[in-house]
Design a protein around this ligand. Sequence first.
Ligand SMILES: Nc1ncnc2c1ncn2[C@@H]1O[C@H](COP(=O)(O)OP(=O)(O)OP(=O)(O)O)[C@@H](O)[C@H]1O
Length: 204
Amino acid sequence: MLKARQLSFHFSPSLPLLQDVSLTLRAGQWLGLSGDSGAGKSTLGKLLAGYLAPQTGDVILDGEALPTCGVQPVQWLPQSPELAVNPRWRVGKILREAWTPSDAQCQAFGVQPSWISRFPQSLSGGELQRVCVLRALAPEVRFLVADEISTMLDPITQLELWQALKREAEQRQLGVLVISHDSALLERLCPQRLHLSEGQLKPW
Ligand SMILES: Nc1ncnc2c1ncn2[C@@H]1O[C@H](COP(=O)(O)OP(=O)(O)OP(=O)(O)O)[C@@H](O)[C@H]1O
């Protein structure tokens, strides 16, 4: 179980962003998170994945602090995959950075064998996003923060990505926090939804 306990966070003391935010994400749960632009959704996602440290409160996984080395069991997947890869690495090296997905997994996520020897700049944003999502699914991973991951995909590719992720999450009982402005998408994917507004979470 992943828990955020009374997190407060600001980039500047005069501009508090999150105040006393608590949430629980269970194994196998799909939880939706909406909120206005700039409300702090990505910041909360980064706090949950250990990319940022809160000023007060903490994030615990099964009662313990997140590990500081090795494969992170909570993976934050950002909207812009091109910012999350080393442009000097070929796609094969990027994909296998933490683990080696099977051919069947590559196929399920629509990752084509012909991409392996290419550089990431030569893939479309949607193609690279699929590589990054699959890269994040190492066996040690237990929770995902999917931060607007399908925004740049066409409707069919979007559907295929979520179907592949649903299947993988169900098999492994991954907990997934889906961050999106698309309320129809959140309603479809997530039985429980939260809304972030003025630094606080409310059921939605
Ligand atoms: N590194 C940073 N330094 C200073 N301010 C930052 C930093 N990162 C984000 N912010 C600010 O914090 C606020 C929250 O940003 P965040 O990206 O978490 O919002 P969001 O809810 O995800 O927005 P969107 O829906 O537009 O992606 C914004 O006002 C943003 O400008």
